[in-house]
Design a protein around this ligand. Structure first.
Ligand code: PMV
Length: 328
């Protein structure tokens, strides 16, 4: 009747941007990520036959409208997998989800959120789902969530339209490589443009959309090879190339889909400065202005100290490769 799950967020080392099938939420390009131990979502799903709709509370706030509908849509998939009738009047549940993130931040919590929701829901309804099947379901909520079912280093292939079974897979466990991701939070403001809308507008209007589709698979391949060799310079440089190509394609949309702010550039200058000083540090940004810096475990404190000096950086946290989803 009740399921609880903890999932970590992840950060893409080779970026996903754009869909091959909007309805099934299939990515147009392959991506590679590392799961992060410092960003955790904990979700409890409790079936309650007295409810007349799902009740959703995230970080203590009762959700209405679109956020609540997204949770219900995902639970509908879990309920279907468990054989619950679509119109069963006793099908609803109470969902309570808590993000344990560095700050209430605008840092993407959808990956850990949908991963934890899927796993907690599967337990609550006793749905006989494998991790692969849960990854495929979580993908319907947010493609990056498919990766958060797994710990360590993870890949999500590009999706062939119609292939609803597409799921992520673990490449290497979390102890494969002693790297860190240093996260610099630069604002508490919510995301300017949802990733779903940003991707759609990039595909629809950016002259660089096809260039992005052409180069993204090469980044994913190079990142995978670099992780297998534990070659930080290769992974870092490719991650930056993937990041800038993704953002450039979005920036060229009309009107521009722009997530980078002034403070983002200031942090990027500092990361370049670290490299000039001989510290292996490389930056990436997602659908927001925060900067995440990949470096060796031994360099993380120095990198964090330099990022903390930047004006407008609100908080800096160091994350290690984390574990996959845990259910209780
Ligand atoms: O899955 P979404 O909708 O959260 O989109 C994620 C897109 C990026 O974070 C920008 C890149 C990625 O691969 O995580």
């Amino acid at each position: 009747m009740r399921g609880a799950a903890k999932a970590c967020a992840n950060i893409a080392l080779a970026k996903y941007w754009g869909k091959s099938d909007e309805g099934l939420n299939l990515p147009a390009v392959p991506s590679v990520s590392v799961t992060l131990d410092a960003l955790v979502t904990e979700t409890v799903v409790e079936r309650d036959a007295s409810l007349t709709a799902d009740e959703v509370v995230i970080d203590g706030v009762r959700q209405e409208g679109s956020p609540a509908r997204k949770v219900t849509a995902l639970l509908d998939l879990v309920r279907a997998a468990a054989g619950v009738e679509v119109n069963d009047p006793r099908r609803f549940a109470r969902v309570v989800s808590q993000n344990h993130f560095p700050a209430a931040s605008g840092l993407a919590s959808s990956a850990s959120g949908f991963a934890a929701l899927t796993a907690a829901g599967a337990r609550a309804w006793d749905a006989p789902l494998t991790t692969e099947q849960m990854s495929a379901l979580a993908r319907r909520g947010s493609a990056s969530a498919a990766r958060s079912l797994y710990g360590g280093f993870v890949e999500l292939p590009a999706g062939v339209p119609g292939d609803d079974a597409l799921c992520a897979r673990m490449l290497h466990p979390s102890d494969w490589w002693d790297v860190r991701v240093v996260i610099a939070l630069v604002t508490r403001a919510p995301k300017a443009i949802a990733s779903r809308d940003g991707m759609r507008e990039t595909a629809r209007t950016s002259p660089y959309w096809h260039a992005w589709l052409a180069c993204a698979p090469g980044y994913a391949h190079a990142v995978k090879e670099g992780i297998a060799r534990r070659d930080l310079e290769a992974v870092g440089a490719t991650m930056e190339a993937s990041t800038f190509a993704m953002h450039a394609s979005a920036w060229a949309a009309v009107p521009a889909v722009r997530y980078i702010r002034g403070v983002t550039l200031d942090v990027l200058d500092r990361v370049e400065g670290l490299r000039r000083d001989g510290v292996g540090a490389w930056a990436t940004m997602d659908a927001g202005p925060h900067v995440k810096v990949l470096c060796a475990g031994a360099d993380a404190d120095r990198v964090a100290a330099v990022l903390r000096e930047a004006a407008n950086v609100i908080d800096v946290r160091i994350a290690r490769p984390g574990e996959g989803v845990r259910v209780s």
